[in-house]
Ligand binder design. Sequence first.
Ligand SMILES: [Zn+2]
Length: 429
Amino acid sequence: MIPEIEKASAAEIKAFQEEKLKETLQYLDENSPFYKRFFKENNIQISEIKTLEDIQKIPVTTKDHLQRFNDDFICVPKTEIIDYVTTSGTLGDPVTFALTDADLERLAYNEAISFACCGVGKEDTLQLMTTMDRRFMAGLAYFLGARKLGSGIIRVGSGIPELQWDSILKFKPTYLITVPSFLLKLIEYAQQHEIDLQATGVKAAICIGEPIREQDFSLNILAKKIKKDWDIELFSTYASTEMSTAFNECEKHNGGHHHPELIIAEILDENNLPVSEGEVGELTITTLGVQAMPLLRFKTGDMVQGYNEPCECGRKTMRLGPVVGRKKQMIKYKGTTLYPPAMYNILNDFSGIESYVIEIFHNELGTDEILIKIASENTSEELLLEIKDHFRAKLRVAPKVEFATSEEVEALRFPPLSRKPVDLIDRRL
Ligand SMILES: [Zn+2]
């Protein structure tokens, strides 16, 4: 089930998106209090925006806009709103997203074609290991997508390995939808309870929320750990509430496919201009066909690379590589641009490291410094050297690395008000 437009030529896809863009601009100009004002303030004549290139005349929308003018983004009366979703905002207060009946239908379509991208069909049964409530969009999207595709779906929710296994053994799902690190917990439980991992009937996992691949699309440490004990196919996905759209891998596993009927994707540099092909930039999106809360040139904060060659699966749409990092966590270190996930990958490679925390701060010259504190039983100079060499080999530069006691590292990783461990302490702000 590949939509025709995804098999069309680049020129056809562009022309198709330009039609959709015109409709979207017209719709925003008529219905969005925020964009009506935004167009006026920035002297934008929407009739002059005809091509995908013209869109650069319109200033970008930021998370800050979304938070400060949240209600002004809603284009429909309250009577049309069916579902309410919230996301955590950058300024603290959550941002509300509203969905109409048509938006839920669009979400179902998005998830159905994204599941199909991962090879899910009517004959499959999915086990949903994320929550469907708590004002999250994703769980609901998975359910609606499975329903549209005609696949079975078992709503187990997050956590509780015992219940997950009970459900896997009872209903024989073929796909799991899960945070990949949770698969390690399932493996551990299976091993402790003599469940034969090879005889479960599970073919694959659709992995959300955490990366499973390196930038060259090879499996990362987490994915290798999973596959060592449980050799199921792992599909990477990337999505967000703001986009209301997913980028799922196909069976070729070389990036998440763009669905041109749902979203316009730009990859922009510091000056909000498109990066050259092969460069990393900030994903900036324009939703298509959204009724309640469409977004125009919204900066996602995610740094990504796009790939434009046609895929062997038959889709000719752009593919997104694994998210390189969050824009605000970008580090300029000795002339090299780094993101924390690349450093985590390197540190996770060393089984001798018990725990670590990365500190970033400005030195007296105002440039970025990195200090990595590691706890290890082996506190030899050789280990420090080995870590630094590994950094140089992978990232061209080696940050400062020093030993600390595990108590010190844990105290930094679990600050009093944080609910999650912190791997990165950014003191630059
Ligand atoms: Zn493909």
